[in-house]
Write a protein that binds this ligand. Structure first.
Ligand SMILES: Nc1ncnc2c1ncn2[C@@H]1O[C@H](COP(=O)(O)OP(=O)(O)O)[C@@H](O)[C@H]1O
Ligand SMILES: [Mg+2]
Length: 309
């Protein structure tokens, strides 16, 4: 028998201050956040659409039927270090506020992958969905829903690879099938459970997963205005002249074949490296910042064709 602890990281009840703060600080994702909130509200609590229709139109609005039977699945795809995991693990705070209900964050442990036991991945996925099913059923009563669960499947690259890929191992194909079966079963049961799948490999996503997803969100590297905002936030409290910030935003942009910095290149590499350079004997100067930026190469673009190790 697989227990909750074998399947998931510790479950977190949202809203929670650290994650709410992280959600607010994410830059460049306003459109994604707005759409995600609406989609998530309707998938978790479909009655709201009917209420909307009655309020503004009348009881028989054909367009509302277009939303039935949609799978409660979101795909977050795109470059590394651009906020997929950060948003997946924090948007529940916003959803909880919007619905005025608790949101439980479940993060699937894919740790057993690679241990080589045939069937393990498939069994893990099956057991995880079964668990969420039960949780979802408890979150629903005749009076409506009283909680929402969000399952985040992060770094799902191997899991969601196209089944058309000839090199794909039989066991991985079974993993995709188990995942789709799980998502479909949630859709059928109409329980308030949402699934978010994060991957760096949009192009390699299995078409069946793309078809099922209620929405696919693509995350990009920051443009220059977004880099400037990220740098300003990260360097808040340190007196850096506007001209230097602008110069840093420029130097961290794409240059010929070299891509621009990701958000995490800025916040987890550039600024911490510069701080370490200054610490403990000097202030963080413009010169240190400019020197550090020249020394740090941006994370390479994730190559679609690279064969997974
Ligand atoms: N859009 C963003 N705005 C601000 N910071 C970001 C953004 N995206 C990523 N970061 C920073 O980079 C870190 C890593 O991002 P993460 O969400 O793990 O990237 P991904 O899952 O897309 O590879 C975040 O914790 C955050 O500090
Ligand atoms: Mg991630």
């Amino acid at each position: 028998m697989t227990t909750q602890d074998d399947l998931f990281q510790p479950v977190i009840e949202l809203p929670e201050p650290v994650r709410a703060d992280r959600y607010r600080r994410l830059i460049g994702l306003d459109d994604i956040k707005t759409r995600l909130r609406k989609e998530a509200m309707l998938l978790a609590d479909p009655q709201r659409l009917q209420l909307w229709a009655e309020k503004f139109h009348g009881p028989e609005v054909a367009a509302t039927t277009l939303f039935t039977d949609r799978a409660p699945l979101f795909v977050f795809a795109g470059d590394v270090g651009c906020g997929k995991s950060a948003l997946a693990e924090s948007f529940g705070c916003d959803l909880a506020d919007a619905l005025d209900l608790p949101v439980y964050l479940y993060r699937l442990k894919l740790a057993t992958r690679g241990s080589g036991l045939v069937g393990e991945m498939t069994a893990l996925i099956g057991a995880a969905f079964e668990h969420l099913h039960l949780q979802g059923a408890k979150s629903k009563s005749t009076r409506g829903i009283n909680a929402v669960s969000v399952l985040v499947v992060d770094e799902a690259d191997a899991l969601v690879q196209s089944r058309e890929n000839q090199q794909m191992h039989h066991e991985d194909r079974a993993g995709v099938d188990a995942f789709l079966a799980g998502v479909d079963s949630l859709a059928g049961a109409q329980v308030p459970v949402l699934v978010v799948l994060c991957t760096n490999r949009l192009g390699a996503l299995d078409p069946a997963i793309m078809r099922r997803a209620a929405a696919t969100f693509v995350f990009d590297r920051p443009d220059s205005a977004q880099r400037l905002t990220a740098l300003r936030h990260a360097l808040h409290g340190i007196d850096v002249p506007a001209a230097t910030l602008n110069r840093l935003a420029e130097l961290t942009g794409p240059d010929g074949t070299r891509p621009g910095y990701t958000y995490s290149d800025l916040t987890q590499r550039l600024v911490p490296t510069a701080v370490m350079d200054a610490f403990p004997d000097s202030a963080l100067t413009d010169e240190i910042l400019l020197r550090t930026v020249r020394a740090i190469e941006p994370t390479p673009i994730f190559e679609e064709n690279r064969v997974a190790p």
